[in-house]
Ligand binder design. Sequence first.
Ligand code: NDP
Length: 285
Amino acid sequence: MSSSSSFNISFANQCIVVTGGNRGIGYGYTREIARAGGNVAVIYRSSKDAEDVANKIAQEFGVKAKAYRCDVSDAELVNNTFRQINDEMGPVMGLIANAGVSVVKPALELTAEDFRQVYDVNVLGVFNTARAAAKLWVEKDYKKGSIVVTSSMSSQIINQAALNQPLTQVFYNSSKAAVSNLVKGLAAEWASQGIRVNAVSPGYGIFLPVIRRDVACLSELCLLLVNTDQTGHMDKKPLTCASSTLIFVTLQAQEIAGQAILLLSDHASYMTGGEYFVDGGQLIW
Ligand code: NDP
């Protein structure tokens, strides 16, 4: 009997699009797709080094990787960019709709412009890119395709309630609840086309220097958000948390990527419309 595993994941000869794939959590996705032999199209908004990031990935893993500047909130631009990617990079077979933004302000100060800023990327941007991918697959009658959306644990809980810090981002939290529901609706509508749609929802990571495995009280644990540019402006001092995680390791972009890679792959062929939490068990409290 062979002892080799049948669970190897390969994206060879496929192109996967990752929005916001040039940095933060998205960069973790980009690397893991390339590691699995996939060509990666990285969609970014304005970072100056996105092309360099893609070139480095191509060199390191010997795959095609290219950066495409595209604002995901612009539907026409998104459709054109997906067609260009499909022509230049080989057939697009998967999408990770990951680009996201937040406005951190007390609710009393929020404006309609703040609302549009968050929802245009976190909800409309996900819809635009998911639809652009689905259009390609339906037109070619592929009867296949996988879309993974980065939502957040805050689709379920309010950050302020969990943390002893004014993480005032009600538009962000509600946009993640909206996008987690969008995932279910798109999954239902496109299932007959063989298109699967799922969400990966990261939680908070533990800030390594303050880990003590012997904590008497779980509320003593200090948590930080996954440390990326989106959260970089927030107070970096450890946060005393009213709830906690069960897993005493730091949350890295790679751990989030592992879940997304599985959902993209054929090993997840019976998984659609789901929201999968990478949160160290924080939601059970
Ligand atoms: P970052 O702020 O590090 O990066 C955001 C990425 O999104 C960048 O690549 C940026 O491009 C891109 N982007 C933003 N707006 C647009 C737009 N209009 N069009 C195209 N691309 C755009 O984000 P994170 O890595 O922290 O977050 C990634 C995702 O994970 C988000 O959806 C976020 O909500 C979610 N998340 C993050 C958590 C965390 O703790 N960090 C926890 C839970 C969920 P550019 O570089 O050009 O600006």
